[in-house]
Design a protein around this ligand. Sequence first.
Ligand SMILES: Cc1cc2nc3c(=O)[nH]c(=O)nc-3n(C[C@H](O)[C@H](O)[C@H](O)COP(=O)(O)O)c2cc1C
Length: 185
Amino acid sequence: MPNKLVVGLSGNLTRPSKTKAFISHIVAEVSSSTGAASTVFDIEDLGQSFPLARRIGDLDPLARSIVERLLGADVLVVGSPTFKGSYTGLFKHFFDLLDPSSLRGKPVILAATGGGDRHSLVVEHQLRPLFGFFEALTLPTAIYASDKDFADGVLVSEAIHSRVRQAVAEACRVAGTPRSVGLAA
Ligand SMILES: Cc1cc2nc3c(=O)[nH]c(=O)nc-3n(C[C@H](O)[C@H](O)[C@H](O)COP(=O)(O)O)c2cc1C
């Protein structure tokens, strides 16, 4: 995918962030498999105008430029830490500012992190319906990682790495860059 762009958005509210590291890892995998340029943002990158914004026009130029990068992406990788069984409020606030048709047909890899495995279906029960509302093309393999899958903020679980490879292969397929992949663990 030369001249294409993969963009990550992480809903973490604090740094350092396992979620941002996770999203960055997935974005880097898509980028290295496709040759696409890449960039990753989190909530803090959106700056001070973002939490108070009631509509897109309330955002300052930097936050607007992030929205435009995201809307212009050929593949999106979105994820959030699990807060109270769902994505963070400010992650949802970002998408509340977007036009309902703005993500139609966009390939999206869904990801989340959490403290344990109890809420691993957050990717299916919270994230997927949100992007269903936008008529985005959510890829079949959504990926959840918990605290035990990281060491010093780095993803160390081979099972999760395998799911990442599966999701990346799906992204390559829909973005026109076929790549073979083995069955997930
Ligand atoms: C306010 C709050 C609520 C949380 N709720 C949940 C939860 O419902 N389920 C869960 O598995 N983890 C929960 N956690 C743990 C975080 O999801 C987990 O530590 C996550 O990986 C943090 O990601 P980060 O490093 O990107 O901030 C919660 C943490 C906070 C601060």
